[in-house]
Design a protein around this ligand. Structure first.
Ligand code: SIN
Length: 311
């Protein structure tokens, strides 16, 4: 049987599939369901300095080709998630986890990361530089100067394994510029992509979500080509020590296979997990293994990043 095991930094995972931040990760109960599923890990809902209610409802809608959301970072506060991953890391059967975090300002981000640095948590941290849904707060990673200044300060005190969740980029020059920034820092991973920000879905004559007059992040089938492009662009440009997590449009083993072919070491599932529930991990793992058997691949290393071009 082929293996879908993987590693990120020094952390091993029995399976490369897991949830994307925002889906099935708000409470301990939801996280427990992912932990008990065939997923190789979980990432927590992005935790802010204080608990947040998020944007008014309706703020998520499934659509014909995926989803639109403007959640606005509802969460129970970073300490809730930090306490939980510390509790789990002491349990012998526990998987390795990702703690997702961001402040509503650089100052808040540093307060949070200093608290994580001072804590007993030894696992991976995902700094979310890409939420499109908090009114008045732009997606940080579209501003390379701010991104660089945050990372430069973070790495003056933060020594635990850290990666960043990125928004999609759409221009080759932006891939080059973003990669040049990330290559300056000892990041363990980048996660491509968050939702495509500020789309608009309409039914009859009306928007389908309330916040921001209907503008929201797009996920699902719409975003897979953009996600694959971002995974591959960063795979080509980043130092080999910075691994890629692929997120966007994964609802089948074939989709996961394509993310890995583009260079992903781990693959996250958002919209399809929201629609199908945690049993999706077993289905997609089986579909991915069936593709690997058909192609004679034993491990992800046999095809990771080995996308064929047309000469
Ligand atoms: C949200 O809570 O608005 C979604 C999180 C994100 O897109 O980073």
């Amino acid at each position: 049987m082929p293996s879908t095991a993987t590693t990120i930094g020094n952390f091993a995972f029995d399976n490369c599939l897991m949830n994307a931040a925002g889906v099935y990760c708000m409470t301990r109960q939801e996280l427990d369901e992912i932990e008990a599923s065939a997923a190789g890990s979980f990432v927590t809902k992005t935790g802010t300095l204080e608990e947040r209610q998020g944007n008014p409802e309706p703020r998520y809608s499934d659509t014909a080709l995926g989803s639109i959301n403007s959640m606005g970072l509802p969460n129970l506060g970073f300490q809730y998630y930090l306490d939980y991953v510390i509790e789990l890391q002491d349990q012998p059967q526990s998987k390795n986890h990702f703690l997702s975090l961001v402040g509503l300002s650089p100052e808040e981000t540093h307060i949070i990361l200093k608290a994580v640095q001072a804590s007993e948590y030894q696992g991976l941290v995902e700094l979310n530089l890409s939420c499109p849904n908090v009114p008045g707060k732009p997606q940080i990673a579209y501003d390379f100067e701010t991104t660089e200044s945050i990372l430069s300060e973070v790495f003056s005190y933060f020594t635990k394994p850290l990666g960043v969740k990125l928004p999609p980029y759409f221009d080759i020059v932006h891939f080059d510029q973003a990669a040049a920034v990330f290559n300056k820092y000892p990041l363990v991973f980048v996660n491509c992509i968050n939702s495509i920000g500020n789309g608009l879905v309409i039914e009859d004559e009306t928007v389908v979500i309330k916040p921001k007059n209907g503008f929201g992040g797009i996920g699902g089938d719409y975003v897979k080509p953009t996600a694959l492009a971002n995974v591959h662009a960063f795979y080509q440009r980043l130092n080999p020590s910075i691994q890629i997590i692929g997120t966007g449009g994964v609802k089948s083993g074939r989709d996961a296979f394509e993310h890995i072919l583009c260079g992903a070491s781990m693959v996250q599932i958002g919209t399809a997990l929201h629609q199908e529930g945690p049993s999706i991990f077993e289905r997609i793992t089986n579909e991915l293994k069936a593709i690997m058997i058909e192609k004679g691949y034993q491990s992800l290393e046999d095809f990771r990043g080995k996308l064929h071009y047309i000469n």
